[in-house]
Design a protein around this ligand. Structure first.
Ligand SMILES: Cc1cc2nc3c(=O)[nH]c(=O)nc-3n(C[C@H](O)[C@H](O)[C@H](O)COP(=O)(O)OP(=O)(O)OC[C@H]3O[C@@H](n4cnc5c(N)ncnc54)[C@H](O)[C@@H]3O)c2cc1C
Length: 421
């Protein structure tokens, strides 16, 4: 039976990040990836997607993006090339095309038995790095009918993929707002269902929002308390990077509606919360500008004033008199794109560290089951945890825990200083 000290499941950015840290610590490990390195950047993104953060920021510390303006937004292909090069850069021990089918505790002895699509492995530790966004979720609102195409944002590729006619995009996070914008630019009539969101300025006073969220400590904001609702961030690197502004979308002809609630007899009903949701997004936007101004003053930074950024346009008609019920056929809507997020599936991980909803129980990635770790979860330790730069820091913490535990196992009676790594 093949033995490996730490088995990493998933060869996305999270798997590579912890591989780097374990490699630097000299700990043996192996990544098993069922498809290819960063598969989700290859096949679970739309054609025109560029990174939401600029190349100088959305990367790992020890490698720069090649041939890209550091302030530019890498295409998804460039992100794939980057991480493929990264795997080489750190000599990551990775086997692609191998799926982990089950992980079970060894009875009466330490470690885990792992069944894979290519045989069995034993490991002392298993790191589940299978992604923050695994299984697309489409709420059971609108039944499937032949006359309506319904897809998840995960399956959206480009406007040509959708049938003729208007489209309803549900969800106004980064995915929903970018897809709705692209569909509108392609000439389609677009309805966008807007829920709660944050929408930081793309840039302010000469600095990108990733810089502001960094210096203002917002990427490092502590993990949410259990039960606290995650609020999505609506940002975009498309078209050189522009602030997501729903009023501006409406001025170009998009119809904004509130949260999609129900469907009956061909009619979709929306909550009367559009005004509230957009206004809360504006308040979030303005609060970042205000904090940025204070930060600039406090530190005496010489950054150009930008008063125009504080002007919020008037409410468009669709906000003043919001549509609460929409007959899809009458509105000519032939498709719905659900940008409604994901859930996780740890069916392969047979250990006792999940809550009743199937979510991992953990402390900064360290689970209740000694030897089982998670990485890349949304809000694993902080807001940045599921993002490229954030997962690298979480990986460092998880790897150091693995090393510490190894130190304890290396203890011998009378042996000097064995627990340091
Ligand atoms: C549309 C979109 C755009 C994004 N843009 C950005 C951005 O610009 N900047 C940013 O910082 N973040 C961005 N993110 C967030 C985040 O960076 C990505 O979701 C990223 O893919 C997460 O990386 P990961 O390694 O944690 O998980 P994943 O990329 O999901 O990788 C997990 C891997 O595990 C593999 N796997 C799963 N199960 C098994 C198994 N049983 N056995 C073997 N392998 C398995 C999968 O094939 C996959 O390759 C974006 C997310 C989305 C959805």
């Amino acid at each position: 039976m093949e033995y490996i000290e730490t088995l990493i499941v998933g060869g996305g950015q999270a798997g590579l990040a912890i591989s780097e840290h374990l490699g630097l610590a000299g700990r043996s490990h192996l990544i098993l990836e069922r498809d290819r390195i960063v598969e989700r950047w290859r096949t679970a993104r739309w054609d025109s997607l560029v990174a939401n953060g600029p190349a100088w920021h959305d990367r790992f510390p020890s490698l720069l993006f090649k041939d890209i303006d550091p302030d530019g937004f890498p295409t998804k292909e460039a992100v794939v090339d980057y991480f493929t090069a990264y795997a080489k850069h750190i000599s990551a021990p990775i086997r692609c095309g191998v799926e982990v089918l089950t992980v079970t505790k060894n009875p009466g002895r330490t470690g885990f038995s792992i069944e894979t699509s290519e045989g069995s492995i034993e490991a002392t530790n298993v790191v589940a790095a299978t992604g923050p966004f695994q299984t697309p979720v489409i709420p059971a609102v609108v039944p499937n009918t032949a006359s309506l195409t319904q897809i998840h944002s995960n399956a959206y590729r480009n406007p040509e993929q959708l049938p003729e006619g208007a489209v309803l995009v549900v969800g106004a996070g980064s995915s929903g707002s970018q897809i709705a914008d692209e569909l509108l630019r392609s000439g389609k009539s677009v309805y966008l269902s807007v829920g709660a969101h944050d929408r930081p300025p793309r840039s302010y006073r000469g600095r990108d929002f990733v810089w502001w969220l960094g210096v203002l400590g917002k990427w490092d904001a502590a993990a949410l308390a259990p039960g606290t609702e995650h609020v999505t961030i609506a940002v975009s690197g498309a078209h050189g990077g522009r602030t997501v502004d729903f009023r501006e979308f409406a001025s170009r002809g998009m119809t904004l509606v509130g949260l999609t609630e129900s469907f009956d007899d061909g009619v979709v009903r929306f909550a009367p919360d559009l005004q509230k949701n957009v206004s809360a997004g504006d308040a979030n936007y303005l609060s970042v500008l205000e904090e940025a101004d204070l930060y600039i003053a406090r530190n005496g930074l010489d950054l150009p004033e930008e008063p125009a950024a504080k002007i919020i346009a008037q409410d468009p008609e669709c906000m003043r008199d919001p549509i609460l019920a929409l007959d899809l056929a009458k509105a000519g809507i032939s498709s719905i794109v659900w940008a409604t997020g994901y859930e996780s599936d740890y069916g392969w991980l047979d250990v006792d560290t999940f809550d009743t909803a199937g979510k991992p129980v953990h402390e900064r990635g360290i689970s209740n089951e000694p030897g089982i770790y998670f990485l890349g979860l949304p809000w694993q330790s902080r807001r940045g945890s599921s993002f490229i730069w954030g997962v690298w820091h979480d990986a460092e913490y998880v790897a150091s825990h693995i090393c510490k535990q190894r130190g304890y196992w290396d203890y011998h009676h009378n042996a000097p200083g064995t627990i340091h790594n």
